[in-house]
Write a protein that binds this ligand. Structure first.
Ligand SMILES: *Cc1c(COP(=O)(O)O)cnc(C)c1O
Length: 451
């Protein structure tokens, strides 16, 4: 893959491509977005619809009583793993003044229990789906088993079955935390292949829970490839494939159904007069693509989703510009993939996620690391919420749309201008709950020094 393949698609003097190559913040808008999405979307040779999202939500519900038993922190929510929707008027100035251009909300996945990040959604879903399949095959559950019966999966007999299997994953950190913690809690042995940039505290947290951590000198892609190869040798190993898994993606998509209820409860309408604009931090693309798929199925033309990436790791934007049949890497573009946003440090996008997003996504934008640290401090000061650098990427979104020529032209072309005052801007804050205090303090100092 050379840059010329992309230049053939986006003309050589394309201003977005030029900014991208210089690692300058930029906004790419998707010319292929379909206002009314098809009910059934092809992805990785399969077809998915809202029914699959509902099936993932139903799986979480079946497992809730078991989860409440295995994770004491889930007792208050009766086993439901969800995050609040928080109003954030104090952050309007921080995102570049939304005066008269809508209201800002946070979807606070940085508070998600068990995993402390958005990875709780997809990662735990895939572990549950694997456990459920085994339980049915081994007669631990009947086809008619209700949620109460799922507690049987905490029995010594069930755990003895699970203990024969390994759940493995390759990760920059947060997916490993989610899979490792969930799998070991159910009795699986768990192996997490970590890239060199994974944070030490994430490795330590896993080791404390009996998870085997395998360190790799390379980047995220290398960790995934090593884990995939090792697991392929072992019939008792299930590899959670962050670059290919539909179970992950559908687990993420279930967030859309819960959010729909939260928006309704908060009195936020989503319709032609009240657009919803959602800004999602993006690594390999599975999490934001799953959520975008669910939201587009639920809200159709009235929701616009944008992915946020570090200026040195804009793999999803590159993939969307290149189109199918290409698989560009950020290294091909002279970028380093070096970022403090470890959850987003991915050189090449998930192809299924990109395929799924071609008709659904509104756009992508990039953010310098300094902006992440500044926003992290503003979030702390205005709301008291503690997010990690990756989770701050979405805050640059509203200003990209309302404060840049390209963004304003897009808003006008979408006929959104007259409705922006009634818009909800939803920034997805994707992680941070378990960042150790001393680590967080370093983030804050760095952000204050930049302010
Ligand atoms: C993984 C992650 C993302 C993005 O998810 P992908 O599926 O990799 O795109 C965003 N924020 C945080 C904190 C993450 O850990």
């Amino acid at each position: 893959m050379t840059t010329s393949a992309i230049d053939a698609h986006a003309s050589p003097d394309d201003p977005v491509a030029a900014l991208l190559r210089r690692a300058q913040p930029c906004l790419w808008l998707n010319p292929r977005r379909q206002a009314v999405p098809a009910r059934v979307q092809p992805v990785a040779g399969q077809c998915i619809s809202l029914d699959d999202t509902k099936a993932a939500a139903a799986r979480f519900a079946r497992f809730a009583p078991l989860l409440a038993q295995v994770f004491p922190e889930l007792q208050p929510s009766a086993g439901v793993i969800e995050s609040p929707l928080l109003p954030a008027p104090g952050l309007h100035a921080a995102v570049g003044s939304l005066e008269g251009q809508g209201r800002l909300w946070l979807k606070a996945d940085h508070l998600l229990p068990v995993a402390g990040s958005i990875k709780a959604r997809g990662g735990i879903h895939e572990v549950l789906e694997f456990a459920e399949g085994l339980a049915l095959r081994h007669g631990l559950l009947g086809p008619q088993s209700g949620p109460d019966d799922y507690r049987a999966l905490a029995s010594p007999a069930a755990r003895a079955v699970f203990a024969r299997y390994t759940v493995a994953v390759g990760s920059t950190g947060n997916l490993g935390l989610s899979i490792g913690v969930a799998a070991s809690a159910l009795g699986f042995s768990a192996v997490v292949h970590m890239s060199a940039d994974a944070k030490e505290w994430k490795k330590e947290r896993l080791r404390q829970r009996g998870v085997q951590v395998v360190e790799h000198v390379g980047d995220y892609e290398a960790a995934v490839a090593a884990g995939r190869a090792q697991a392929a040798q072992d019939p008792f190993s299930h590899f959670v494939d962050d670059e290919r898994s539909l179970s992950l993606l559908l687990g993420y998509s279930a967030a859309a159904l819960h959010l729909q209820q939260q928006l309704q409860d908060a009195g936020i309408a989503v319709d032609a007069e009240h657009p919803l604009l959602v800004y999602l931090p993006c690594g390999v693309g599975g999490a934001p693509a799953g959520i975008t798929f669910g939201l587009r199925q639920v809200f159709g033309p009235h929701v616009h989703c944008f992915f946020a990436e570090p200026v040195q790791s804009p793999c999803f934007m590159l993939q969307m510009m290149a189109g199918q049949g290409q698989h560009p890497s950020v290294y091909d573009w002279g970028l380093t993939n070096q970022t403090e946003a470890d959850g987003l440090a991915v050189p090449r996008a998930s192809l299924p996620a990109a395929e799924l997003m071609a008709p659904l996504l509104s756009g992508c934008f990039t953010v310098p690391d300094e902006t992440l640290f500044r926003q992290l401090v503003r979030v702390l000061d205005a709301t008291g919420e503690r997010i990690e650098p990756s989770a701050a990427a979405g805050f640059a979104g509203p200003a990209m749309l309302t404060g840049s020529d390209a963004g304003r032209a897009w808003v006008a072309a979408q006929s959104l201008q007259q409705h922006l005052a009634q818009a909800a801007h939803l920034v997805w804050t994707t992680g941070g709950r378990f960042v150790p205090p001393e680590e967080f303090e370093r983030f804050v100092q760095r952000g204050r020094a930049l302010a």
